[in-house]
Design a protein around this ligand. Sequence first.
Ligand code: NPG
Length: 371
Amino acid sequence: MKLTAAELLQVRMPLVAPFETSFGVQNERDLLLVRVELDGQSGWGECVTLPDPVYSPEFNEAAAVTIRQFLLPSLAAADTLTAARVGTILAKFKGHRMAKAALELAVLDAELRVAGMSMAAYLGAVRDRVPSGVSVGIQPSIPALLDTVQGYLDAGYLRVKLKIKPGWDIEPVRAVRERFGDILLQVDANTAYTLADARHLARLDEFGLLLIEQPLEDEDLTQHADLARSLATPVCLDESITSAKVAADAIRLGATSVVNIKAGRVGGYLEARRVHDVCAANGVPVWCGGMLETGIGRAANMALAALPGFALPGDTSASDRFYTHDIITDPFVLDDGHIAVPAGPGLGVEVDAEALAAVTVSREMVLSHQV
Ligand code: NPG
């Protein structure tokens, strides 16, 4: 197949409530969508960058430039384009994994729609529904936190992840554990601590958490290994794991005993599957992370989370966890704590043109040539 057209969209989706992490508060989700045409067949991809480089070095404007100036021209020059070739074609460009992942997903969607195959089947999914967890941002107070968690448990979420940072860690976790008893509970620090906090973080051990996610800086693999030795709570890496190779290194070092897989962070769903495979080969359980995706990225995450190694509920929540109006015709809903994995061709979801237009800030044809 040949890339015949590509479009870049900036969208701004209002969030149902502010989402606060150790790197800031989001009131809306600004992100990029890409639509490609392969021999005339449309495919959609989502770029999970944020407006600022606070979670990873990538950010929206940089991703747009990278896609326009480097990535799309290279893909357009390929005579035979398939998702499996995207990574190799783009390998000469360093980094920019989220931008690459968005394009690979769009190509894969188009390719699978032509083939009549679902993304779940393509990746090797073994389930038709996935257990759903929810990520709870830093709240203004402990009573507000308890109310928020109560709401999610009432909705049926099977696992709760609390965002933590220095000053908002031991007491919120204690309060949730005391109020809600034996729920599946984990915490996410988004790199907010240093190894000097090891004794403080060990105070979380008494709460029987599933894991503590990314306590230290992205590059601190050895320090995560040191920290892991001083905690009973399992350490799970997110930001640090940028490829299957890094996952293998982190496991070997003892820096991580559980892995959060996000396709954007590792350069695409095919590399995400390789991370899954490396972890499975080492007996390391994985779960699917989330980046406040629209229905497009969410559909792809559900397919990924249906692979056999995804042993823990992921941040694979329903569309209404973040958005009143998703941009797909059938938003993801929670059913008995689970979300159905799309079974139709490609992503298996359809973009709702009107809903998309309502949140589109700009839309530009980046590539359109005669074949
Ligand atoms: O359910 O989509 C979701 C959000 C899960 O907490 C979540 N994501 O650090 O994992 C994270 C965090 C995040 C969101 C990070 C957006 C970066 C951007």
